[in-house]
Write a protein that binds this ligand. Sequence first.
Ligand SMILES: *Cc1c(COP(=O)(O)O)cnc(C)c1O
Length: 456
Amino acid sequence: MVSHQNGFVLREPGEKSRDVIQRDIKTLSPSYTRSYGFAVDHGQGAEVWDVDGNRYIDFAAGIAVLSTGYSHPRVVKAITDQAQKYLHIGGTDFFCPKPVELAERLQQIVPIHHTAPEDKLVYFANSGTESIEAALKLARYQEGRSHVIAFYGGFHGRTMGSLSLTASKYKQREGYPYIPGGVTHIPYPSRAECDDCGEGSDCSDQSWCDAVAFIEKFVLKMVSPSEIAAVVVEPIQGEGGYLVPRDDFFPKLREFCDKHGILLVVDEIQSGVGRSGKFTALEHWGVAADIVCLAKGLGSGMPIGAVVASNKVMGQWVPGAHASTFGGNPVSCAAALATLDVFEEEGLLAHVTELGDYTLDRLTRFKADHPILKRIDGKGFMIGLDFVDANGEPAPKLRDAVVNQCYLDGLLTLGCGANGIRFAPPLVLTRELLDEGLMILERAIAHIEEEMWETT
Ligand SMILES: *Cc1c(COP(=O)(O)O)cnc(C)c1O
């Protein structure tokens, strides 16, 4: 018998969790999207405990945020040291060394198209959506260009501007009108979907899996390229399902943007800060963007977003053109600087690449005997698993059942896309915990699959 509280499955013992859930439902906005009854107490590395003392391995990292784990000593020390000096000054109106230091680091690390480190500029925000808002305003700052191209399945945030680009679930958009100025959504060239179609280079209509061909064939019938400010895209779609694009996508898109003077804006909010095994995921395809947006993993859990662009692009802004009271908060910047230190000292990029390849390989072999799994794809610690029913149709309910089963067995996971689970653990996850977590995941999948066969 599985316990429930307010409709959420609940792992026993769960008395204290019940209390938190009951009070939460009475006090917090109903717009949140919780799927099971986990109520956090404390964590360390990639392990976390609920308020009733149950232990979990974490494959979700607080939605791909906890890059260095729940409370990395180095990050905690940096936060504490800064907090003891001062908490806030307002980088909009005063000079402050911490954001400068962080910007200098990002100048070195974040690639920008045809731009040397010292010719890059950085804007600091407090979240992902704010980074996208800043990038949108920056791209539309150009004379006469206001149109933006984005992708179906894309997720760029929930404030009014970024929401106009988001096309991942209608629930996120329902009731909110688009920003004026125009956004056109086009199909995201997911390589898994393309492989599925199976026509390869014989494909009769390349425009559906070749985004540039699609833009040229359809979008440019409505909008002149000279009116297009930017193409905004996730290098690997996150919320939309952990989808990796075809290998020819970004080189072609880069060429198209260059040809028409359109800015290529990459939303690295989920894929960036090492999650894919490179610091920014776009590096996998050997091209660079004009504007890069970061957030989630940058501060290891402290709220911070960053927009990096060339001086040529961001240098156009005049004082007052954009700003934020909390942006570049010194405590968040200290956390981000310590996060970057941990990357170097612990060789996190190599670690993520090695364990990511191992995981992809292991899950792909597991999939061969488990038809409930339709697709395993990803890079580094950004791997998606899609679930289908006995007829091979997308099965969100079976996905939810696997997510719940994992939780009951001590593994935190999160869904993505219509029928996917994301593998997005803290980047510091050890090989031992990875194996333990994968065992729980594989057992849960096998269990739900068995139930599926029994009921069909
Ligand atoms: C999470 C996310 C956002 C929004 O970030 P918030 O901090 O929730 O505003 C934007 N883009 C992508 C790709 C994301 O994963």
